[in-house]
Write a protein that binds this ligand. Structure first.
Ligand code: CTP
Length: 403
């Protein structure tokens, strides 16, 4: 293996700990760098020395036993791992992680890591079938944790049923499959910023100007980019969408807040997709008290907001920049004008007056224009499918500039 992968193996207490020793040996033989972390109960079955010898690395078990003053071990290990494997995983560690508890080194590290986590449960059949354990596993699965199913057979407790830790070679196969899938991720290691949703421009404490953007397009882009392996920061205006797991979501309200959030981060980004519907104008003055009605009309003086995309176009170095153009007429003319004026690589244009296209719905129909003259016309499809089309085009540009 040329690119050595770092596997953090968390061993929790159960008779199946001996299988974790075999797994450590197999991982080392297959070219992975393995570091082992144990709970106090795991150490009652097998000593750390076994794992130290098999992994050729120190074994960690005490959050407060800091050997290296230049770091904080559980955070360093959480960051070091390309993959965390919990094998065997007891009902206890599953329950703690599902509920955000951190009372020892393993559970603390599990909350601190952003690496993917594979869980290989091992427990008594009745524990495995307990509704609380099932609910905890379901919750973790929804958070994106993966499970390696336990086997059926005679358990150490004397019962026959499901709960036996998967065999070391099955766990190894799941680990290999995980890394294979990862190598097919074209945005692995890339920083992607996506803006989504509308902005709110305050008039007085109870009123604001906004628009019909639901944020669905931006959220679909963020999730698709994450699926391609990117580190995603989603800068979102107010929407009713749930925050996607594993994505760094920054909630903002006004165009000014969105501008600040983007400009603080753009420098480190490989790709920026501006799908937010940013207000072009805001009230010149935000009133401290609620405006009282009068018999006469009301005029509110508006001023321009900063055009975030145009600013990014001015200061971009080697970021790929993607903008959106929502138009009701002369779609191509306006979109191409924006592509050039804002110094973009790609512009995604849609005719928001067409049925099924544009704001609020789950579908869209777009034309993707590239600054190299390419033009991709989509059908009326789901926003998830549009997201894949946009990202595939952005990936082509990332490759073109040799990133
Ligand atoms: N945009 C931005 N900052 C703004 C306004 C828009 O970054 N203050 C971005 C949007 O996120 C989108 C693109 O610019 O990617 C839309 O371009 P824009 O020229 O603002 O389109 P419209 O708002 O439709 O404006 P126009 O009235 O010029 O059609």
């Amino acid at each position: 293996m040329t690119n050595k992968k770092n596997v953090l193996l968390c061993v929790t207490g159960g008779i199946a700990v001996f299988k974790a020793a075999a797994l450590t040996s197999q991982l080392s033989q297959n070219g992975y760098t393995v570091k082992v972390m144990m709970t106090q109960s795991a150490m009652k079955f097998v000593t750390p020395l076994t794992f130290q010898t098999l992994s050729r690395n120190p074994v960690y078990h005490d959050t407060f036993d800091e050997k290296d003053p230049s770091g904080v071990a559980h955070i360093d290990l959480a960051d070091w791992a390309d993959l965390v494997v919990i094998a065997p995983a007891t009902a206890n560690v599953i329950g703690k992680t599902a509920n955000g508890l951190a009372d020892d080194m393993v559970s603390t590290t599990l909350l601190a890591t952003t690496a993917p986590v594979l869980i290989a449960p091992a427990m008594n059949v009745h524990m495995y079938e307990h509704p609380a354990v099932k609910a905890n596993m379901e919750r973790l699965a929804n958070y994106g944790y993966r499970f390696i199913e336990p086997g059926e057979g005679l358990l150490a407790c004397g019962y026959v049923g499901k709960g036996r830790l998967a065999e070391p070679d099955e766990i190894l196969a799941a680990i290999k499959q995980f890394f294979n899938e990862q190598s097919e991720q074209p945005l692995l290691g890339k920083q992607v910023i996506i803006t989504a949703g509308p902005t709110r421009e305050q008039v007085d404490p109870v009123r604001f100007f906004t628009n019909r953007s639901s944020g669905k397009m931006g959220y679909a882009l963020a999730e698709a980019a994450q699926g391609f392996g990117a580190q995603v920061t989603l800068i979102s205006g107010p929407t009713s969408l749930p925050e996607p797991f594993g994505i760094n979501v920054i909630q903002v309200k006004s165009a000014e807040e969105m501008y600040n959030a983007v400009m603080k981060r753009y420098e480190y980004a490989d790709l920026i997709i501006k799908s937010a519907a940013v207000a072009d104008y805001r009230p010149k003055e935000v009133l401290a008290q609620k405006v009282k009605k009068k018999d006469s009309g009301l005029a509110i003086e508006m001023e321009r907001t900063k055009d975030i995309l145009q600013e990014l176009g001015k200061c971009k170095t080697n970021q790929v920049l993607v903008g959106f153009a929502a138009e009701t007429d002369q779609v191509e003319t306006y979109a191409l004008e924006k592509l050039e004026r804002k110094n973009l690589d790609i512009i995604v244009a849609n005719n928001v007056s067409e049925v099924g296209s544009g704001f609020e719905g789950d579908t869209n129909k777009v034309t993707i224009f590239g600054n190299d003259g390419t033009r991709i016309q989509s059908d009326l499809v789901s926003k998830k499918e549009i997201a894949m089309l946009v990202l595939n085009e952005a990936i082509r540009y990332i490759r073109k500039i040799g990133k």
